[in-house]
Every structure is written in C-alpha cells, then in structure tokens.
Design a protein around this ligand. Structure first.
Ligand code: DOR
Ligand code: ZN
Length: 474
C-alpha cells in the first residue's frame, strides 16, 4: 500500500479473471499493491485510470522457465531484453535458469547474476541455483544468498553442463528437502542420448528428425522416474521442466496420488507443434526435449485438464539466427524464444475452446505462484496482493513476427502464427510497464520475488549423508 493509503491507479470496467470466476469490476491500486477489487462504478474517479472495458484483466503470468543468458552469452539475450520480452508478453514474474557462463552454481556467479538482474529487470524474478556434481557443499550457501530454487540438468542441453552423478543428486535432494526448496529437473537420460547421437553422426544422419531419434521418450521416462524416486525418498520438492511426451505422465500421476510434492510444466510448443512442423522448419524447431510426433500434444492437453500437469512455462531459449540455421541439425543450437508469445498463443487457444480463460489463469499464474511459494503475493487479483496485472484483448490478434520481438533473438518457431488475442497493458507491482502494447517501463523496476515455501517435509532423515558420515557410537 502507498504509505498514505491513496489510490494511485484504477483499472476500470474489465472482466477480472481468477481460476474460479470471471467478474465485471474495477481494480484499485495503491503503491505496489492491489487496494480493492470492487463491483463496477464503486470507486471515485481519479486522474490515473485505465479503461479496460471489453477486455480481460488477468494476473500477470509467472514463467517458471526462462533463459536470459546473462552473464556469459549476452549476444543472445540479457536481462533487459529478456524481461522486456516478458513484460510485452504479459509475464510479470520469471524464474531464470543457471546455464549461463559462469553457471549459477557458486556464490560469486550468483552475486554476479543478481547484480545484472537488479540493474536491468523490467519484471520480478527468481534466480535458480545450479545443483551439480561439485557444489553440493555450498547448496545451503546459495539458499542463504537468495536463490529461488535449484535446477538439475539430468540431461545435456545448451551449455553442456554435465549431469551430476546419482549419488550427488540424491545428496543434493537431501539438503534441499531439509530447507523445503524445490528442484527443477531437466529429465532426460544423458547416456542414451549421447550414444544415439554419436552413432547417428557416424552413420551420416544430419537431418532434423535425427534430433528426435537421439532423444526418444524412454529418456524422459527413465529420468522422470529417477527424479521422482529421489524426491519421494528424501522429501525434496520436485518440478519437472518442459514435459514433452505422453510417456512419463503415468509416473507423475501416480506420484501425485501418493502425495509426492511434484509439480509439472509443459510449454506451448509441445501442446501445439509436432514433427510435421519440424519437417518444414528444420533446425529452428530443434529444442530439448524434442518436439514429438502427432498425438503427444493431445495427451499433454489431457494431462493439464486432469491436473497431472500443473502449469504452462515457456523455456524461453534465445539464440541468434545463424545459430539456428545450419543445414546439419547437430550444429543448430537448441531452443527458441517464447516468453513474449506464450500469452497471445494460449489465449488464442482459449478462443478456440481448448481451455477456459479461468484454466488459463490457473495454469499461467495461480499454479506457479503456489509452486514457488509466492501465493497470495502473486498469481491472483485480490486486495493485498502485488499489483501484477495484464489487460488482454481477446477480440484482436496479430500475426507473430520475428521483427517485432523484444528478445535479442529475432528467430522464433512462432513466426507467422496467427493469434486472436493480444496483451495490451502490463502492470508490475503497480507500475505500468507496457501501455497499449508499447514498452514504457524502466530498467531496474523488477525485484527479486519474495517466497515463503511451506514447511519442509524431509523423509528418511536417519539415512541421509549428513546422518551417516559420523562414525556410530556403540
Ligand atoms: O532447447 C533447450 N534450450 N532446452 C533446454 O532445456 C535449454 C535451452 C537453452 O538453454 O538453450
Ligand atoms: Zn530450459
């Protein structure tokens, strides 16, 4: 609240959306916070008002999975351009991945990233710490220094960070379990993938679909199963990044039914693209895990609807045009930008009846806010919450165009996709950052997200590394 309790901004006349309702109303904002949500016309007029009549008022999206590349690969993206893209796409909080250079697995690397983010961010952010083979002893230092959660690359991807051994991963999970922190995993089996890629390269396969052949679904089945086993045994909270296939869903459904604290994301490209697109777009669609054959997308939609998948994230993975355009698939970098296009693309699916606007808010804002301990500060439009708000128009779209992207990466697989919805305004903690589609925010407004995870629930504490390395006293 502003200290004197005055109302600084009113959003008037839109349809305010929560997971359970869509109501016509007005939103009053005081300082950085929502002061009141009222029936239409109850608030006295002030100078600073936004007319949202006919449009939808949504909680800003919370994206659990972006790569902003800084420090180390600033030619691909930096915190300014990445968060500008987020803001223009209606995302008001991002969680940023540690495969930068240096990777965010040491205190020095974390501090460097924190400085860069603080100076440049347009939206709020959390920073992932890396969990790897060599930094188990400093995971608690990274927690104390302010990471939002951890990322464990069980399988290789951009940056080629080696997967930790199972021993290190389990010990890391034991430590995170004591603190109640959530660990996101890139769940693909590296040994299967490396062997297949090597054999295919030797055999001369360089076509786009060789990438898919190197990373069959069993890679994810095995790694998801292993991650769930470690999480259940230790009590560590787990988050499965970019679920791409139908195959491991049964493991996650069962784990949830047993009470394992595992959350799951998928991305718009796995919901809406298939190998048929890859045949046309080639290396542009090279991404980890791969885009799969027709049929997987339908299963992922069904898993969102039945609660096995909790949320939408983007895996925003910017690269330069030449890095995405090689003839030889193995020479194309993996990933493409997505943080700016997620909301228009998914609201287009709302218009097509594949989800309701309420489900969209559940999957884009409410669920990630819960998973990362930000609820009810974020993920909801109610009195007392951060004023992180998007005004979206579900009656006016545009054709997505590389040239309009705010990311440094001007090459996305969504180029040419026709949306039927647009993000018009984005408000981050009470400040207008995007006005009628134009970025108007100032660098450095974004702040580290405040989190309060539920109390830790470690399991098997008598069998952890910490418990067994003391010699027994008989
Ligand atoms: O395709 C991908 N690119 N998948 C990932 O998991 C990482 C990302 C990147 O950092 O480029
Ligand atoms: Zn990623």
């Amino acid at each position: 609240m502003a200290r004197d309790g005055t109302i600084d901004l009113i959003i008037r006349g839109g349809k305010i959306v929560s997971p359970s309702s869509t109501i016509e109303g007005d939103v009053a904002i005081s300082g950085e916070t929502i002061a009141a949500v009222t029936a239409p016309g109850m608030l006295a007029t002030i100078a600073n008002e936004i007319d949202a009549m006919g449009r939808h008022i949504l909680p800003g999206a919370i994206d659990s999975h972006v790569h902003f590349r800084e420090p180390g690969y600033e030619y691909k993206e930096n915190w300014e351009t990445g968060t500008a893209a987020a803001a223009c796409g209606g995302t008001t909080t991002v969680f940023e991945m540690p495969n930068t250079n240096p990777p965010t697995g040491t205190l020095e690397a974390l501090r460097l990233k924190q400085e860069r983010a603080a100076a440049q961010a347009h939206v709020d952010y959390g920073i992932y710490g890396l969990l790897d083979e060599d930094n188990i002893d400093i995971l608690e230092d990274l927690i104390a220094a302010g990471v939002s959660g951890f990322k464990c690359f069980m399988g290789n991807t951009f940056g080629n960070l080696p997967a930790p051994s199972d021993g290190a991963m389990l010990e890391g999970f034991e430590i995170l379990a004591r603190h109640g922190y959530r660990c996101t995993v890139h769940a693909e089996n590296p040994s299967i993938m490396a062997r297949r890629q090597e054999r295919m390269e030797r055999a001369g396969r360089t076509d786009p679909l060789a990438h898919l052949a190197a990373r069959p679904e069993v890679c994810a089945v095995e790694a998801v199963g292993r991650a769930v086993a470690f999480a259940e045994w230790t009590g560590a909270r787990l988050h499965i990044a970019h679920k791409s296939s139908k195959d491991a869903l049964y493991i996650l459904k069962d784990a949830k039914a047993r009470g394992v604290d595992v959350t799951v994301e998928t991305c718009p490209h796995y919901l809406l693209m298939t190998t048929e697109d890859m045949k046309i777009k080639g290396g542009l669609l090279r991404v980890n895990p791969p885009i799969r054959e027709p049929g997987h997308g339908e299963a992922l939609w069904a898993a969102l609807h039945d609660g096995t998948i909790d949320m939408i994230a983007t895996d925003h993975a910017p690269h330069q045009r030449d890095e995405k355009s090689a003839e030889n698939i193995w020479q194309c970098d993996c990933g493409f930008p997505g943080v700016e296009t997620q909301m228009p693309v998914m609201l287009t699916q709302v218009n097509e009846g594949r989800l309701t606007i309420n489900q969209y808010v559940q999957w884009s804002a409410h669920a990630p806010a819960h998973a990362w301990g930000c609820y009810p500060n974020k993920g909801v439009i109610q009195a007392g919450s951060d004023a992180d708000i998007v005004i979206a128009d579900l009656s006016r779209g545009r054709v997505i165009d590389n040239a309009h992207l705010h990311s440094k990466s001007k090459i996305t697989a969504w180029h040419g996709f026709k949306t039927t919805a647009s993000v018009d305004w984005t408000v981050v903690r009470g400040r207008v950052v995007v006005r009628e589609g134009e970025l108007v925010g100032e660098q450095g407004w974004g702040k580290p997200v405040k989190q309060q995870m539920p109390p830790p629930k470690p399991n098997n504490v008598d069998k952890t590394m910490q418990a067994i390395i003391e010699p027994p006293r008989f």
